[in-house]
Design a protein around this ligand. Structure first.
Ligand SMILES: *[C@@H]1O[C@H](CO)[C@@H](O)[C@H](O)[C@H]1NC(C)=O
Ligand SMILES: *[C@@H]1O[C@H](CO)[C@@H](O)[C@H](O)[C@H]1NC(C)=O
Ligand SMILES: *[C@@H]1O[C@H](CO)[C@@H](O)[C@H](O)[C@H]1NC(C)=O
Ligand SMILES: *[C@@H]1O[C@H](CO)[C@@H](O)[C@H](O)[C@H]1NC(C)=O
Ligand SMILES: *[C@@H]1O[C@H](CO)[C@@H](O)[C@H](O)[C@H]1NC(C)=O
Ligand SMILES: [Cu+2]
Length: 825
């Protein structure tokens, strides 16, 4: 109705306008030329008006839309042309190493794309970080810059017996030598072929083998699960096999269980209760054989036996039903109580003055911190050469291994014990998603790996660095008089620099953070997420965990598809090479106890019981092993006996392990390659050879490991006033529960270790931060009669701009995500 009326008025107006010219008298005759001039002026005027309008609009937009915040301090990106001391191998260096080695006739290497298990070929190459002594000499100007070299792992399937060799190839980029190197800490020389990680070449042969070996089971797969292994359609009717380790129950075996899963999103939660064990020790796949097959809780030694007995119906059959809607329980599709959700975006980070950290290639500085990061293909991201306020703190901080030891009844779970480093923590650190995995404002870095490949492989945006606001004050105090009258306030929000990678191993994801705080603290954190590895639940696995799912029409007394989450312990090992002002340090514990003493102030009549500590210097490696002991509270201090702070106290850093996890499996044979887990902490004398507590060979033979960390302590070196390495173990027990579906959440699953200054400085270094706040009374004199008056408060912000940001933060879009790794060159 309203609309009609409006339209009526409009029509009237239009008709009035239209009539006007007709009424105007046309007494004045205008010359054509003048008319033209008038028209030109009119056109020019309207163009000018239009321009003015555009300019005005632009001005309004500019005035009301804040600009992008400045970039802040610099970020030069990676300089692949001039790699620094700790920088990873560049793609062109990798190609040079590959071409050099392939051109050495005496090495007899086959190019990767033509290699098979029975050839000699390059498995992996990674930077050989120069020896610490030569780096330190170079840094004080007493030696030339150490040359760059690559460490190359070569699989020799064509030698007899087959073996693994490690070579040093250098100097880069103009290669002149290659030398076979044997680490003195390797207990097995030559490195046994059976302890090598399964690589892509062997994996392809295994897939082909499984394809043929399981052919007689075509009918069983189709009838039991509605799935096929050969000629299937991915995500529709495929049965997939995943291999688990260790590969056998004794040293020297290569017997791998392959578990069958339904190929669907979150397949880890869809075990089918079928497993096949293959002996693939021989370099000749024609000698491989099936050693065991398990179907629905029944054990067979030959595929044909199972197939026959299935056909004549003499075994317990299974027919789990899984409808497509029900199968979505394992996906990341949204579900649950939508009513509790607020469909709004969550908070995000803003850096109103741009990044406060700077990155020059792989060298980072942030509020007094400086360090390098580098990516090892086997052990993942490491931090080296750490300084705080120009003082040396640590030479290396690095993750060494991630293990998980499982329990269960079923054939797979009962022997499951995983060593992450053998599955390559670095080459399993995939692309990070801006805004989810890291702040969208983060700086992202690519990594390059040369493993399972004929050419370098780009891992885009697999490392991120960002400054975060923890939402918690680093320090604050509200000073008030009794009665609550305000006196003064001081505070500083806790911001810190995060260097992050996320490792995806099998079903699990481990978010690994190195965090640098304003107070001189370094935090090492692993947050667990991803899927749990479920086992097929016949009831026999139930004492070891919780049932995670049951197919919709399942009935407890009927055979059906259901998944159990089995108990396991995750353990993480860290190497911390602290150098407090110099490499020459000591290790001391403060041992807490109680004392009961007559109190002098009460005329000797009253006893006071209180805590005290005795400090004790650890003289040798054997007394520097810290077993899990709740009854003996201790602080662990690494100090420099020749460096003092202003008060004459030794400069030190304290090590705090927030995620102690008692290791009960120390006598289990499968954990021998994780002998480090026996100690919460151990301190050893630095040795170039004792570079890592684990190795890529851990998984292949955990029973007689190539590297056994406990031997590092065996020589019982003196550790007073020498270069010390602190090895720290953290971990968690994990009993998967219903809320682990589809994924474990990080909230309650974080393992943290702190390295915090302990008399290293004279006061809290965060006092130097200008972004702090101090509030006090302006008149300097307390005036009780000015009750409730705020006018005289003075806000000190030490020069940093306060107030709302006047800019937009530039963010990296989710759309930059690609997911795939990519061959380069
Ligand atoms: C090596 O393995 C390949 C593929 O399995 C095979 O064709 C070849 O004959 C083997 N060579 C030797 C010398 O055994
Ligand atoms: C105080 O403690 C000491 C030592 O334990 C004991 O010998 C003494 O009797 C106590 N004195 C009193 C007043 O409790
Ligand atoms: C492991 O074996 C040793 C020696 O037999 C024994 O002292 C120790 O208690 C065992 N550890 C555990 C956790 O059972
Ligand atoms: C380790 O060495 C120290 C000093 O050399 C010695 O006193 C101690 O008994 C040794 N410890 C063991 C367990 O051998
Ligand atoms: C305290 O405040 C009262 C009321 O504002 C004022 O009259 C008095 O002079 C003040 N005293 C001092 C010591 O500043
Ligand atoms: Cu877990």
């Amino acid at each position: 109705m309203q609309k009609e009326i409006d339209e009526g008025i409009m029509e009237e107006k239009v008709s009035v306008l239209a009539e006007r010219p007709r009424r105007r008298p046309s007494a004045v005759v205008v010359s054509r030329r003048a008319w033209l001039a008038v028209r030109i002026v009119a056109v020019v005027a309207s163009v000018l008006l239009l321009l003015l309008a555009v300019a005005l609009t632009a001005l309004v937009v500019i005035k009301t839309t804040p600009p992008y915040c400045s970039d802040g301090l610099g970020n030069s990106g990676r300089d692949l042309a001039n790699p620094g001391l700790f920088n990873d191998l560049t793609p062109s260096e990798m190609v040079k190493v590959r071409d050099y080695l392939l051109s050495q006739p005496r090495l007899g290497l086959t190019p990767y794309d033509q290699a098979s298990v029975n050839s000699s070929y390059i498995y992996m190459m990674t930077l050989m970080v120069p020896l610490k002594t030569s780096v330190l000499m170079y840094q004080v100007g007493q030696d030339r810059k150490p040359q760059r070299a690559a460490k190359v792992i070569i699989y020799r399937g064509d030698s007899f017996p087959p073996k693994v060799e490690e070579y040093l190839v250098g100097p880069l980029p103009n290669i002149k030598y290659h030398r076979m190197v044997t680490s003195p800490v390797y207990r097995r020389v030559p490195i046994p072929f059976s302890s090598r990680p399964v690589d892509a070449i062997e994996r392809a042969e295994i897939k082909a083998y499984l394809s043929i070996a399981t052919e007689p089971l075509h009918n069983l797969f189709r009838e039991s699960y509605g799935l096929k292994y050969n000629n299937c359609t991915p995500s529709i009717d495929c049965l997939i096999f995943e291999d688990f380790a260790p590969r056998g129950t004794e040293s020297g075996e290569r017997l791998t269980w392959f578990w069958a899963y339904r190929d669907t999103e979150g397949y880890y939660l869809h075990p089918l209760g079928f497993a096949i064990q293959i002996d693939h020790l021989s370099v000749d796949p024609s000698e491989w054989m099936v050693t065991r097959v398990v179907y629905n809780g029944q054990l067979f030694y030959e595929v044909e036996d199972l197939a026959e007995r299935y056909a004549d119906g003499t075994i317990r059959k299974i027919k789990p039903v899984m409808d497509n809607v029900d199968a979505q329980f394992s996906t990341y599709k949204r579900r649950g109580h939508h009513t509790f959700d607020t469909p709004l975006r969550g908070p995000r980070l803003i850096e109103p003055d741009g990044h406060r950290y700077s990155i020059n290639d792989q060298y980072v500085t942030y509020f007094g911190w400086s360090f390098n990061f580098h990516m090892r293909t086997d052990m993942g991201l490491q931090i080296v050469d750490v300084y705080f306020q120009s003082e040396k703190v640590a030479y290396e901080i690095s993750l060494q291994d991630i293990t998980a030891f499982y329990s269960g009844y079923s054939p797979e779970t009962s022997w499951l014990g995983l060593y992450g480093v053998s599955w390559l923590l670095g080459a399993s650190s995939y692309e990070l998603v801006p805004g989810v995995d890291c702040s969208a404002t983060a700086s992202f870095f690519n990594a390059y790996h040369f493993v399972n490949t004929d050419t370098p492989v780009l891992y885009k945006n697999s490392i991120c660095i960002f400054e975060q606001n923890s939402g918690l004050p680093l320090r604050r105090h509200h000073a008030n008089k009794r009665g609550g009258k305000f006196d003064s306030y001081g505070g500083l929000v806790s911001t810190s620099l995060v260097v992050r990678t996320a490792i995806s191993l099998w079903s699990c994801d481990y978010i690994v953070d190195y965090i640098f705080h304003l107070d001189g603290t370094i935090e090492l954190k692993i947050a667990l997420t991803g899927y749990v590895q479920a086992s097929y639940d016949l009831g026999t696995n139930r004492p070891y965990g919780n049932r995670l799912h049951e197919s919709a029409n399942g009935n407890l007394h009927q055979l059906h598809e259901s998944a159990n989450g089995n108990l396991h312990q995750h353990l993480f090992h860290w190497k911390i090479d602290l150098d407090i002002e110099s490499p020459i340090n000591r290790y001391q514990t403060l041992d807490f106890k109680t004392e009961t003493k007559i109190s002098f102030w009460y005329e000797g009549s009253i006893n006071k019981t209180q805590l005290k500590f005795d400090s004790s210097i650890k003289h040798d490696e054997k007394s520097a092993k810290v077993p899990f002991n709740f009854d003996r509270p201790q602080h662990h201090i690494i100090y420099n006996n020749r460096a003092y702070n202003r008060y004459g106290t030794y400069r030190a850093y304290r090590i705090i392990n927030e995620a102690k996890s008692k290791f009960l499996l120390e006598n289990a044979t499968v954990t021998r390659a994780a002998s480090w887990a026996r100690y919460q902490m151990a301190v050893t004398k630095y040795k170039d050879t004792e570079d890592s507590s684990s190795s890529i060979y851990a998984q292949g033979d955990p029973y007689d490991p190539v590297v056994d960390f406990s031997r590092f302590l065996e020589d019982n070196d003196t550790i007073v006033d020498t270069d010390l390495i602190v090895w720290v173990t953290s971990g968690v027990y994990h009993v998967p529960h219903a809320e682990d579906v589809p994924s474990t959440s990080t909230a309650a699953n974080q393992c943290r270790i702190f390295l915090t200054p302990y008399n290293f400085l004279n006061h809290c270094p965060s006092m130097a931060v200008s972004d702090a706040l101090r509030v006090k009374r302006g008149d300097g004199v307390e005036n009780d009669s000015k009750e409730g008056s705020k006018s005289n408060l003075v806000f000190e912000t030490f020069g940093t701009e306060s107030g709302e940001p006047k800019c937009y933060q530039k963010e990296t879009s989710i759309k930059t995500f690609k997911g795939d790794i990519e061959k380069v060159l």
